[in-house]
Design a protein around this ligand. Structure first.
Ligand SMILES: Nc1ncnc2c1ncn2[C@@H]1O[C@H](COP(=O)(O)OP(=O)(O)OP(=O)(O)O)[C@@H](O)[C@H]1O
Ligand SMILES: [Mg+2]
Length: 334
């Protein structure tokens, strides 16, 4: 079985269901937005949420992908930075529970967290993110031995706050002979770091995952298919995801449209992270491009059926049966 190493912001999601919009108004958080907050504000918000009853779940884009590849059965490791505190311990034990080999460095700052406010009848989500310890991950933290022996290396675009870190990470992964995948994370990440991301993709990245708005920000093409074509000139494999409308995958002259797998959607959070895990898992068995996209779509369709980013056991069981059959039918040896 091929192995994977991921790097990203080690964040714990703190979920709270709000009775009304008072807290959002108090902290000037427009409904549906994602804002970064400093430690002081972050602590105040957390304290205000506690009496409402909160749920803690390890999150972060690459961390979600790595938890998912681990559940698939790939040996999976994760590099991140946490604080010496309760949330840091929770993040670590959550990852370990999924079988992830944790390479979690410690910072003097408190652990990063994403406070998720669920409000209103349609369960709209508003995020206040305190990156904390996650921001303290620096290039000097990365050791070549973390990378040696891994077949895949996955990186999230949210790390662009530290371009030197990304550059060192992809250099080390390249030296270790890893297949490198990048999830572009968010259109504003792409917009504000366009030249940097182009350079990294040109030089190091083998597989690019972008959603529609990210592909638009990267290429300036509105049409996801044109964006797909443009990005494919710069890397071996590109995936452009268009939510419930499915995804496009392209490698050289080969191109496929993959419809979304049917799902009873209740919360789309984590669809992209999970898709990436399924795609890479299938790719690690040498599956054709189309099968990789299909496996990504099958597993992503499971996460949209649950609240949050963690697929429940019955859905995992169903997905694994479907996916293993698909891989075996295409000549993969499981
Ligand atoms: N409602 C849905 N029903 C079925 N599959 C879905 C649905 N929404 C998303 N998916 C699947 O998940 C994939 C990724 O979703 P999306 O395009 O939303 O990515 P993303 O924007 O990166 O997600 P995220 O918000 O998690 O970062 C889609 O290509 C599709 O296969
Ligand atoms: Mg995404």
């Amino acid at each position: 079985m091929k192995s994977i190493l991921g790097i990203g912001n080690a964040l714990t999601d703190i979920l709270a269901v709000l009775p009304d919009d008072t807290l959002l108004e108090t902290y000037h958080l427009p409904k549906g937005s994602m804002q970064h907050v400093d430690m002081e504000t972050g602590d105040m918000i957390w304290a205000a949420l506690k009496p409402l009853g909160v749920k803690y779940v390890a999150g972060g884009s690459a961390a979600n992908t790595i938890a998912c590849t681990s559940i698939f059965g790939m040996p999976s490791s994760f590099i991140g930075k946490i604080g010496d505190d309760e949330l840091g311990l929770l993040f670590k034990s959550d990852q370990e529970q999924y079988g992830v080999n944790t390479l979690l460095l410690k910072s003097e700052h408190s652990s990063g967290r994403s406070m998720v406010f669920v409000s209103g009848g349609n369960a709209e989500r508003t995020f206040a993110v305190y990156l904390g310890a996650a921001l303290d991950l620096v290039p000097e933290d990365l050791k070549p031995e973390y990378f040696t022996g891994h077949d895949y290396f996955h990186i999230e675009g949210y790390l662009v706050q530290n371009q030197a870190l990304i550059r060192k990470a992809v250099e080390l992964a390249h030296e270790a002979g890893c297949i490198i995948s990048l999830d572009m994370a968010s259109y504003n990440v792409v917009e504000s770091n366009n030249a940097f991301l182009h350079d990294i993709v040109d030089r190091y990245v083998d597989i690019v995952f972008a959603n529609e708005t990210e592909s638009r920000a990267f290429t300036k093409f509105n049409d996801p298919k044109l964006a797909l074509e443009e990005i494919s000139k710069h890397c071996k494999i590109v995936v452009v995801k268009v939510g419930k409308d499915g995804s496009w995958v392209k490698s050289g002259d080969e191109e496929h449209y993959i419809p979304a797998w049917p799902a009873n959607t209740i919360d789309a959070t984590g669809a992209g992270d999970t898709y990436a895990a399924g795609f890479i898992y299938a790719h690690s068995f040498g599956m054709p491009l189309k099968v990789c996209g299909k496996v990504g779509s099958i597993i992503a369709a499971k996460v949209v059926e649950v609240i949050g980013t963690k697929i429940d056991i019955p859905r995992w069981r169903d997905a694994k049966i479907e996916i293993r059959k698909l891989i075996a039918d295409n000549g993969g040896v499981l």
